[in-house]
Write a protein that binds this ligand. Structure first.
Ligand code: DGP
Length: 110
C-alpha cells in the first residue's frame, strides 16, 4: 500500500509540487503553519528518522531545502523540521522535512 506522499509523488493525489528531481519531491503543505510551508519528501518510502538507512534519497533533503529557501526568498531565515513518531508529532509515516519561513519562528517549538 503506497503512502499518501507516494500517491502525491505519483500524481494520484493533487498537490502544489514546487520541485522534483530523481531523489526528492517537494510540495506545499495542505495546512500551512507559516507563509512558506513546503514538505520535502524522498521518493523512497522511509517511514521516518527512526528507520533511516545510511544512504539514499533522503541525503538530498538538506541541499534541496537550501535551494528552495533561496527560491522562496527567505533571506531573513527559515526552519527545517522533521517530526518523528507520535511524541514528535509525526502524522504521515513517510519521511519528510518541513521547510517553514516567511515569519519569525518561536523557540522552543510546542
Ligand atoms: P507530520 O505531522 O510531520 O507528519 O506532517 C505531515 C504534514 O503533511 C502536515 O503538515 C499536513 C501535510 N499533509 C497531510 N496530508 C496532505 C495532503 O494530502 N497534501 C498535502 N499537500 N499535505 C498534506
Amino acid at each position: 500500500m503506497p503512502t499518501l506522499f507516494t500517491r502525491i509523488i505519483n500524481r494520484e493525489i493533487p498537490a502544489d509540487i514546487v520541485y522534483e528531481d530523481d531523489r526528492v519531491v517537494a510540495f506545499r503543505d495542505i495546512n500551512p503553519a507559516a507563509p512558506v510551508h513546503i514538505l520535502i519528501v524522498p521518493r523512497t518510502e522511509i517511514t521516518g528518522l527512526a528507520t533511516l538507512p545510511d544512504e539514499g534519497d533522503h541525503l538530498a533533503i538538506l541541499n534541496v531545502a537550501k535551494l528552495l529557501a533561496e527560491r522562496e526568498g527567505l533571506v531573513g531565515g527559515y526552519r527545517l523540521v522533521i517530526n518523528q513518531g507520535p511524541d514528535g508529532g509525526q502524522s504521515v509515516d513517510h519521511l519528510h522535512a518541513h521547510l517553514l519561513g516567511g515569519r519569525k519562528m518561536k523557540w522552543p517549538p510546542g
